[in-house]
Ligand binder design. Structure first.
Ligand code: FAD
Ligand code: NAP
Length: 339
């Protein structure tokens, strides 16, 4: 067995909140064989297996009594290219943003709006990552996953993944599917998505009227760098709450009391509320208790100023949920995966 299993490893460097908990056992998978070794090791020693990527969507609230397997498999390959459409496949452990940059350097568009999202390719389908009006479901061509219940490989098509807003089959069946590699359908000349948030405005400020996909990526990186805390500097897991989808009638009622409420109509008739607006309006922006806080610039992001525990962050999140429910009659759902 080539897999190296280490006892009692701190997970602080392996989660972007920087929460210091111990993994009972820890290993890194560099190949499919390592993944199978890890499954065999966990079964033989009767310990659960927890798969992680970049740890950018985790809230660790206690020591992890599992074998934690960090996906570190690498490899990017073009599977087909008809001169216009390209199917490109990446291994689960490939870091997401460098992969996006690699596709742009090949002249391929489709992933530019998803620039600068931390984490790995293999975790991206878990919550159908999205930003600036694009989700991976929009460019998804398939993935290969290992069924941990049977040990068999399965290829998933777009329809089989049940992708929805920050959701997928893989999130709905936690611990069952270990994603090994993901395929994307990219384009040499796809239309760009510029109408979301401040993207077009940033390009105009830069004097760019006819942007390329790389221009869009760079504009989005500059916006994100201004608004979002860098986990290397201030621990966080991005947005801590999903934007709630609520009935239009509730929005109409709330608008009576809060005329500047931010809400977006959805194709199914529901409305999406900006959770960050609700939290800011409730006065939580910049709140800090011990080392757990709400970011000063972006109320949707909880931060660890240094030594916050996962439980302190969780308790803060629960206080915010209760307050938002009482003030606005809206239930906020936490986005990070809690262990
Ligand atoms: P991890 O946090 O390591 O794991 C997340 C979940 O996936 C866990 O349940 C884990 O068990 C599971 N998992 C990981 N790898 C695999 C695998 N190979 N097979 C099966 N299960 C697996 N998200 C967005 O959607 N849009 C954004 O714009 C965005 N911006 C962010 C900005 C910042 C600053 C931060 C810190 C986070 C942001 N996120 C965003 C959240 C996060 O980056 C994404 O959800 C990312 O895809 C998580 O990847 P990861 O490799 O870090 O996953
Ligand atoms: P923003 O641009 O300030 O917008 C605030 C919220 O309004 C966003 O959450 C977004 O919802 C929604 N919104 C804005 N324009 C919209 C439009 N034209 N149509 C529908 N909804 C719209 O948001 P931000 O916090 O700076 O983030 C920018 C983008 O990056 C967003 O897409 C956000 O989801 C993504 N992001 C995600 C995370 C994460 O951890 N999940 C972290 C940072 C940024 P949506 O979130 O549904 O897009």
């Amino acid at each position: 067995m080539s897999l190296q299993v280490l006892p009692q490893v701190s997970l602080k460097p392996f989660n972007t909140f920087g929460v210091d908990v111990q993994a009972r056992l820890f290993a890194e998978a560099h190949s499919d064989a390592d993944v199978r070794d890890a499954l065999a090791y966990a079964a033989e020693h009767d310990v659960p297996l927890l798969v992680i990527g970049g740890g950018s969507n985790l809230l660790l609230t206690a020591d992890i009594q599992s074998l934690v397997l960090r996906m570190a498999t690498r490899g990017i390959r073009i599977l087909s290219d008809d001169g216009s459409k390209v199917v490109i496949e990446a291994e689960a452990g490939e870091p997401w943003h460098p992969f996006v940059q690699h596709t742009l350097a090949q002249g391929l568009s489709g992933l530019e709006n998803l620039s600068l999202i931390p984490g790995t390719v293999g975790a991206a389908p878990m919550q159908n990552i999205g930003a600036y009006g694009v989700e991976i479901k929009d460019v998804f061509a398939g993935l290969t996953a290992l069924d941990r219940q049977t040990g068999t490989l399965r290829d998933f098509s777009l329809e089989e993944c049940n992708f929805a807003y920050r959701d997928s089959l893989f999130k709905q069946e936690p611990g069952r599917w270990l994603i090994l590699r993901v395929r994307f359908l990219l384009d040499r000349a796809a239309p760009l998505h510029l109408e979301y948030g401040p993207v077009r405005q940033r390009l105009t400020e830069q004097g760019i009227d006819h942007p390329t996909a790389t221009d869009v990526s760079q504009a989005i990186c500059s916006i994100r760098n201004e608004k979002l805390p860098d986990p290397a500097v201030l621990g966080n897991a991005g947005s801590f709450f999903k934007n709630p989808l609520v009935p239009a009638a509730l929005v109409a009622q709330l608008k009576g009391e809060f005329p500047d409420l931010v809400a977006y109509a959805q194709p199914d008739g529901q409305m999406k509320l900006a959770a960050g607006w609700l939290i800011e309006r409730a006065g939580w922006k910049g709140f800090r208790e011990a080392d757990a806080g709400v970011h000063k610039l972006q109320a949707l992001v909880l931060v660890n100023y240094g030594s916050a525990t996962g439980l302190q962050l969780l308790h803060l999140a629960q206080r915010i949920q209760k307050d938002i429910s009482e003030r606005f009659h809206v239930d906020l759902e936490m986005e990070p995966n809690r262990y």
